[in-house]
Design a protein around this ligand. Structure first.
Ligand SMILES: [Cu+2]
Length: 351
């Protein structure tokens, strides 16, 4: 890169991100998370201010995502039905596990709200039937059974969905679950009132699930609110021509030393760059940055209108409902592999 001029990609972001889709609320995450969902929705409607203008005037990238998380999901994964070893053997992957098979997904769900929440259902394109199950010992026999009414998580507590306990059962698989790839799932929650009954308030959280054979290794940084823009190239997507996409996320560094995001890579695109959006003569421009500092005890948001991970030369359409794996490289040597769900989060938040 040295000695060369950094290429600048010019893109009129106003075309891509309609202004009215940007709710702007200047609240810290904690304030935000402790409000009831209904209050939050009212605030969203009241505070539909022109996001672009504000972010340009202040030069601050506003993270809409940072503020709408109502449950904190970590360690999510789904069990592979096709392992890398099997797919490399003479057997075709299709032969290793026929469609219509079963699998299970696991995760830790943390509830930062002042009310209890209930995971009532899960949806994914990868399976025709999804049930919440628990595993119990009956004498010496391990049994699975559906959880009646969903999984309740008390205020400020967490629930572990893990092998041998609660899990998300995927039945009648619609695709092979190939180790190293990823699927998307929508988690449907109900907010409970003080007596433990459904309050009528619900929220849905969309996550990516890496397809693995064992739980992912824990890492130091906490990454939330991950999503990638659809790039279908069929006119229904929000990025032009299906050739580029962008991934957004927030990174929290709970450690005592500064960390730095250096690079990212994915099999879904030939070129992956870390970009920032700047203003040049009334036109928003994106340009590569060398890295992103994540100071100790701070959260850095990669969000529309600001920093993002740019996918250039996307190799195949990125369709809503799918997920891709993205690998992040940090200065400390830490490497984090993320399952990035593909969907239009801004559209979802505004609806
Ligand atoms: Cu970019």
């Amino acid at each position: 890169m040295s000695g060369q001029t950094e290429p600048t990609i010019t893109l009129d972001v106003r075309e891509i991100i309609p202004r009215e889709r940007h709710p702007l609320i200047l609240k810290t995450f904690d304030d935000w998370a402790h409000r009831s969902l209904r209050k939050r929705i009212i605030m969203l409607r009241k505070l539909l201010v022109p996001f672009m203008l504000f972010s340009l005037v202040t030069g601050v990238a506003i993270s809409a995502q940072e503020m709408d998380t109502a449950a904190i999901i970590s360690g999510a994964w789904v069990r592979a039905t096709v392992t890398t070893a099997a797919s490399q053997s003479e057997e075709t992957p299709e032969a290793a596990m026929p469609m219509g098979g079963v699998s299970a997904a696991y995760m830790i769900i943390e509830n930062p709200l002042a009310n209890a929440i209930r995971l009532s259902s899960v949806e994914t394109n990868a399976a025709a039937v999804v049930e919440l199950h628990e595993t119990q010992m009956q004498g010496d026999v391990m049994q699975m059974r559906p959880v009646e009414g969903g999984i309740v998580i008390a205020a400020n507590e967490s629930a572990a969905l893990q092998p041998g306990g609660f899990h998300v059962m995927l039945l009648d698989l619609q695709q092979n679950l190939v180790e190293g790839e990823a699927i998307q799932a929508a988690l449907n929650f109900e907010i409970l009132d003080d007596s433990g009954e459904a309050s009528g308030e619900t929220f849905t959280q969309i996550i990516g699930l890496p397809i693995l054979t064992e739980p992912p290794a824990p890492h130091t940084l906490i990454i939330q609110n991950v999503w990638g823009r659809p790039a279908a190239g069929d006119g229904s997507d929000t990025m032009p021509a299906g050739s580029v996409s962008a991934v957004y996320l927030t990174i929290y560094n709970p450690g005592e030393t500064q960390e730095r995001l250096l690079a990212a890579e994915t099999e879904a695109a030939d070129i992956v760059e870390i970009h920032e959006v700047t203003m040049q003569n009334d036109v928003m421009q994106m340009r590569p940055v060398e890295g992103v500092d994540i100071p100790a005890s701070e959260t850095v948001a990669l969000a529309p209108g600001g920093l993002h991970i740019m996918l250039l030369d996307v190799r195949q359409p990125l369709l809503t409902g799918e997920a891709i794996m993205l690998h992040l490289h940090f200065e400390s040597g830490e490497e984090i592999s993320l399952a990035v769900p593909i969907y239009d989060r801004l559209m979802m938040m505004a609806s």
